[in-house]
Write a protein that binds this ligand. Structure first.
Ligand SMILES: C[S@@+](CC[C@H](N)C(=O)[O-])C[C@H]1O[C@@H](n2cnc3c(N)ncnc32)[C@H](O)[C@@H]1O
Length: 273
């Protein structure tokens, strides 16, 4: 396919991710590329690493890991109830990039053990925890299949108030016109404070080694962000107390001075000293 033909093909798909197809074509993703996730990527050496990308959507972060030298990449999603809406674009990018990533759009994060693969070096868990009714269960499942010392990147929205370990539950609040948490899609369940998210992660036997948050200037300047802010302003739905954050953490084995292993869920029992 020449460049013009490829450009025509790209238009046939619905793109959430802006993926560099490596021939001067970047897919027209609706979501701006989060530079904070890239900052977390920059802290990891992906060479020859085994990587799992949970909730891969169009595969942006899987392909990025591969570009950075990962030797095995598994891209999973859970789309059976969502009509596999991200899948055609994923497959197109995968074929165009001649990616070797292994794709499975039928893996619920709660069932990642069914993949039959453990000892991942890196797990990417971006844009997912707030879509889950049980984010803590997901974190335990992730810890279970991550190497001790392996990295996890966790990204999502937080309440911009570090003073309390609280989490907002959106089940009914989402219907509230004055929803404190802003306008959300039905698929959202939780928005924790930064402190709460960090504690969720820590109690799941990870040590946080870095955090990247705040609105990056390149994001502020993106057309998507400008349009979103404009619409929110008109609808009076601007919520300055919500921001997105990225945590970079390592899987650890340790004693927990607050809770004994007996009080932990069974997925974590092997990681308590
Ligand atoms: C907001 S998108 C994030 C996409 C991508 N990870 C990113 O950061 O740009 C949320 C993704 O999580 C997936 N997802 C939602 N619930 C899931 C579950 N229970 N197990 C696995 N993936 C899930 C969705 O299908 C979707 O691909």
């Amino acid at each position: 396919m020449n460049k013009e033909q490829l450009e025509e093909e790209v238009k046939k798909f619905e793109w959430m991710h802006s993926i560099d197809l490596e021939n001067g074509i970047i897919t027209p993703g609706k979501w701006p590329r989060n530079p904070h996730i890239e900052k977390a990527f920059d802290k990891i050496n992906f060479e020859e690493k085994k990587v799992l990308d949970i909730g891969t959507c169009n595969g942006l972060w899987s392909f990025e890991a591969e570009k950075r030298g990962a030797s095995e990449v598994y891209s999973i999603d859970y789309l059976i109830h969502d009509n596999y809406w991200c899948t055609p674009a994923y497959r197109f990018a995968h074929d165009t990039l001649q990616s070797k990533a292994i794709y499975n759009p039928d893996v619920d994060v709660y069932d990642i053990e069914k993949l039959g693969i453990t000892d991942f070096d890196v797990i990417i868990f971006c844009g997912v925890y707030y879509h889950l009714k049980n984010p803590l269960l997901a974190l335990s499942k992730i810890r279970k299949i991550l190497k001790t010392g392996g990295h996890v990147i966790i990204e999502g929205p937080i309440i911009n108030d570090d003073s309390k370990p609280i989490a907002g539950f959106l089940y009914k609040e989402i219907e509230n016109k004055d929803n404190y948490f802003g306008s959300w899609h039905r698929s959202n369940w939780w928005v924790p404070s930064g402190r709460c998210l960090r504690e969720w992660v820590e109690c799941s036997l990870f040590d946080i080694i870095d955090e990247f948050s705040g609105t990056d200037p390149s994001y502020l300047n993106s057309n998507w962000y400008k349009l979103k802010s404009f619409i929110k302003k008109i609808l009076n739905k601007e919520k300055p107390h919500i921001k997105r954050t990225v945590l970079l953490a390592k899987g650890v084995k340790r004693a927990d001075k607050n809770y004994s292993s007996k009080q932990a869920d069974s997925d974590l029992i092997d990681f308590f000293l």
